[in-house]
Design a protein around this ligand. Structure first.
Ligand code: BGC
Length: 532
């Protein structure tokens, strides 16, 4: 059931919900084609209910040539046959709602696929035609116009412009197959209003808004000043976890006009019953700019990537908590927290991998789950999965093809359900998963971990239960967060996370949840605990 709200403070369901991100391709494959699908998700909804999450966010399942795993949408109002049919969405929604789970779908408004009828029409039309004005087509620089219109780089590497046969260039902040829409053209917002209504009418509970900070570019499309690297998605294995924190000149991101779109979407969502919501994926540069997306008349939530970008450090975590709470307080929004998703290296690996990386990941998760607002989990983190070293010949991420760097496939490998060999119940026996699954995952399957009281799965289930009981109200007080120990209080709950290398004495109280074994009244390194 959605989180119960105390009668005295009626809060919408999403405000402190735990969301579980289902990466469609890699969750459950019902037909054995190697790709996960909607019937596969439906068949596993009970698993998510048992784990104890409140809502499911499903990544794009719309018709798409799949050049960016579905984030290149060719038709916003249908289902790719590889993932099912529209009736499968209806079945999924019915089943989820029956189980008390909410369902949020992905919306990709910054760009379409180059296979979208609008882009095909744009290519077939002449420079200056109305069909081109839905995208950002421009003349190139130089006497022959053979240089891109500006110096912007694609998030996936290389120039953000490609040239078409008649000599014009079009903007694609991601892959060449993802042309950016021109949100100053009224046809674009009108189309997305219809798309929102289409899915709301079918019964979805909300939307995750892809690249929410990208819709408007500075009108002049001027050069970016002081370019050192082009991307805002921290996509490279080595530097993903440590993105520069200095404020960069970003004429392609986070322009003020974007907020009017979210005001109008808020009004549209409010025409529906049931507290429908939207969460922005906005890689903004500061907590303050993130908070602008969740002003009272804009979107309900924005992903807060600050923790995900922080190193393993009590001081850094304390700063993230302080900075996030301070940023959202003036706009009255609840914060969100996330440690992993399909675009970043899985957090056990970011924290060093192996038993120590996993211990740290569990400790960070337990600490995060105590915080106010809502938390987003990424499929497979409840199994303690690490980033997989996908062999080069199997990689599919456009980032890999454009840069030669490993990219994000390592976080996207299908999850293991049962059995001792690939595909570990991800699909019927004999299925070849779209990314190869490691041979040594037998001990990590859902089947094995559900039977083991010390497994990461059991830890997640217990932590989610404990959260409902102990972590739903109260302000956060940071008792200590300067050296190696993060010590927080929230209502009756005390949270201690040991980021140092020596055990620390536990404060007084009864232990209600720990992220790993404790030694008497000592909290070992890389461990967190909740006490009341
Ligand atoms: C999604 C990515 C995708 C990109 C382009 C993102 O932020 O999460 O997976 O590649 O948008 O749509």
């Amino acid at each position: 059931m959605p989180a119960p709200t105390p009668a005295s403070t009626p809060a919408p369901w999403w405000r402190d919900a735990v969301f579980y991100q289902v990466y469609v391709r890699s969750f459950a494959d019902s037909d054995g084609d190697g790709l996960g699908d909607l019937p596969g998700i439906t068949s596993r909804l009970r698993y998510l209910r048992d784990l104890g999450v409140d809502a499911v966010w499903i990544t794009p399942f719309y018709p798409s040539p799949q050049h960016d795993a579905g984030y290149d949408v060719a038709d916003y109002r249908d289902v790719d046959p590889r993932f099912g049919r529209l009736s499968d969405v209806d079945d999924l929604l019915t089943r989820a709602h029956r189980l008390g789970l909410r369902v949020v779908v992905d919306l990709v408004p910054n760009h379409t696929s180059s296979d979208h009828p609008w882009f095909r029409a744009a290519l077939a039309a002449r420079p200056g035609a109305a069909e081109r004005a839905r995208y950002l087509f421009r003349q190139g620089r130089g006497r022959r116009g053979d240089r891109p219109p500006n110096n912007w780089e694609s998030v996936f590497g290389g120039p953000a412009w490609s040239r078409v046969e008649d000599g014009e260039w079009y903007l694609h902040l991601f892959d060449t197959s993802q042309p950016d829409l021109d949100w100053r053209n009224p046809e674009v917002p009108a189309m997305f209003d219809d798309v929102l209504r289409f899915w709301l009418d079918r019964g979805v509970d909300g939307f995750r808004v892809d690249v929410a900070h990208g819709l408007f570019k500075v009108a002049s499309l001027r050069d970016q000043r002081g370019v050192t690297h082009g991307g805002d998605l921290p996509s490279d294995r080595e530097d993903r976890a440590m993105v520069e924190r200095t404020v960069r000149d970003e004429p392609m991101w986070d322009q003020p006009e974007v907020h009017e779109v979210y005001r109008s979407w808020r009004r549209l969502l409010e025409q529906y019953d049931g507290d429908r919501m939207a969460v922005a994926e906005a890689w903004t540069q500061t907590p303050e700019s993130m908070a602008r997306y969740v002003r009272r008349d804009e979107l309900h939530q924005a992903f807060n990537f600050a923790w995900l970008l922080a190193p393993w450090s009590a001081e850094a975590f304390a700063e993230v908590v302080r900075g996030t709470l301070a940023a959202v307080a003036p706009v009255g929004a609840a914060p969100t927290w996330v440690l992993s998703n399909h675009d970043v290296v899985r957090h056990p690996t970011r924290y060093g991998g192996g038993p120590r990386g996993l211990a740290r990941a569990r400790a960070a998760t337990l600490t995060m789950l105590a915080l106010p607002g809502s938390a987003y989990l990424y499929q497979g983190e409840e199994l303690g999965l690490e980033e997989v070293d996908v062999p080069p010949e199997s990689r599919q991420d456009p980032y890999w093809f454009r840069t030669g760097k490993p990219g994000r496939d390592g976080a996207r490998v299908p999850i293991p359900w049962r059995g001792s060999r690939p595909p570990y119940g991800f699909g019927p026996a004999g299925t070849t998963p779209w990314l190869p699954m490691p041979d040594d995952w037998a001990a990590l399957t859902v089947g094995r971990q559900r039977k083991d009281p010390d497994s990461t799965w059991t830890f997640y289930r217990d932590a989610l239960r404990a959260r409902r009981r102990w972590a739903t109200c109260g302000e956060v007080e940071i008792v200590e967060g300067r050296r190696t120990v993060l010590h927080l209080r929230r209502g009756d709950l005390t949270v201690v996370c040991n980021c140092g290398s020596r055990p620390v004495r536990l404060p007084a109280g009864e232990i209600v949840q720990a992220s790993g074994p404790l030694h008497g009244d000592l909290l070992p390194p890389d461990t967190a605990v909740w006490l009341v």
